[in-house]
Design a protein around this ligand. Structure first.
Ligand code: SF4
Length: 328
């Protein structure tokens, strides 16, 4: 399975090969001056300065929409399971930065890449800890984030929310929680796992991050599967009270094509409609809260090519989390 992943462009780093780095399509576009990903539009990230990595190729869910081969990274927790030997945060961070440098080296002197852009790409500013698997399974995630920060970089962490204790202790620059169901029944259908109470706990933890780290809830929309019950999503979002909500279309890519049909991928128009419904229900759901200013959500941006809509909490991000130019 490791070989399969390598063929798909995953580059393993560290001694025990549970961490990987991979350059994305948007990095190639950005380094050639041909465009930037929606995270550039929404948050100011330059894709050519972004390292996409994971410290854990393992995952504890088996989501139907996952692009990866699920067999490749199911963590073995059964009796007699082999212990995973984890590399240190220092080794992983250094390995990722070295590998990223090697991966972009082919662009040096390319007619489509200016000298300035190449020099910028050689000094990445941002790490997206979100590539594959579940990062909270890595036992030193907090220290790994600190390690990247010590290089002067900002961090995104994307978690499935199944480890609330880890969510509580980590402080990346921006913390994402993937919420792909409005209730437990749909959750089980989407994730093929049994962690709903823990995900609810993590939503609670997200709210506690106010003033410490930026928070985002991402909803990946699949037609006929989880684009239902916007009021249910609104109730859960009321608990999390995040800074941002990304409502995004499932993309019919990779191994998910074996599990879902193309029809599961909603059009941008449908994503937008669903995002509006969620925002309306959230306004209604939050009408009884005391801190009304904390629940001032509005659709503020969208990216048609990535089929994603951004809902922002207009309460402001607070001095601790920096301003809109945090990542530039
Ligand atoms: S939580 Fe993420 S990595 Fe794990 S199976 Fe689901 S989509 Fe894949």
């Amino acid at each position: 399975m490791r070989k399969t992943l390598e063929k798909q462009g995953y580059h393993f780093v560290g001694t025990h090969k549970h961490s990987a780095v991979k350059t994305c399509l948007w990095l190639w576009k950005s380094i050639r001056g041909e465009g930037n990903c929606y995270k550039g539009k929404f948050y100011g990230i330059s894709a050519h300065r972004c390292v996409q990595m994971t410290p854990s190729i393992f995952c504890n869910q088996r989501c139907v929409h996952c692009w990866r081969p699920l067999e490749a990274f199911n963590i073995n927790t059964g009796a007699g399971a082999e212990e995973v030997v984890w590399d240190s945060p220092g080794e992983i961070a250094e390995g990722c930065l070295k590998e990223q440098k090697r991966l972009i080296s082919g662009f040096k002197g390319s007619p489509k890449t200016t000298r300035e852009v190449f020099a910028e790409a050689e000094r990445p500013k941002h790490v997206a800890i979100s590539l594959i698997g579940e990062p909270t399974l890595y036992p030193y995630l907090k220290e790994l984030i600190q390690e990247f920060h010590s290089y002067g970089m900002t961090t995104f962490v994307v978690t499935n929310g199944t480890n609330p204790d880890v969510v509580r202790e980590i402080e990346p620059t921006q913390l994402y929680l993937s919420l792909n169901a409005p209730d437990e029944t749909i959750y089980k259908r989407v994730a093929h796992a049994d962690y709903w109470p823990r995900i609810n706990e993590s939503l609670d933890e997200l709210r506690m991050k106010k003033g410490k780290t930026r928070t985002v809830v991402r909803i990946t929309c699949m037609q006929g599967l989880n684009m239902l019950n916007p009021a249910g999503y609104a109730e859960l979002l009321k608990i999390a009270n995040p800074d941002f909500i990304e409502v995004k279309a499932y993309m019919h890519l990779g191994y998910s094509r074996k599990r879902l049909s193309r029809e599961a991928m909603p059009a941008h128009r449908q994503v937008k409609e669903f995002a509006s419904e969620i925002a309306e229900h959230l306004a209604a759901a939050a009408s009884d809260v005391k801190a009304k200013a904390d629940y001032n959500y509005q659709i503020v941006d969208e990216s048609e090519i990535s089929r994603v809509v951004l809902i922002k909490n207009l309460r402001g991000l607070g001095a601790l989390r920096g301003d809109e130019t945090l990542y530039s």
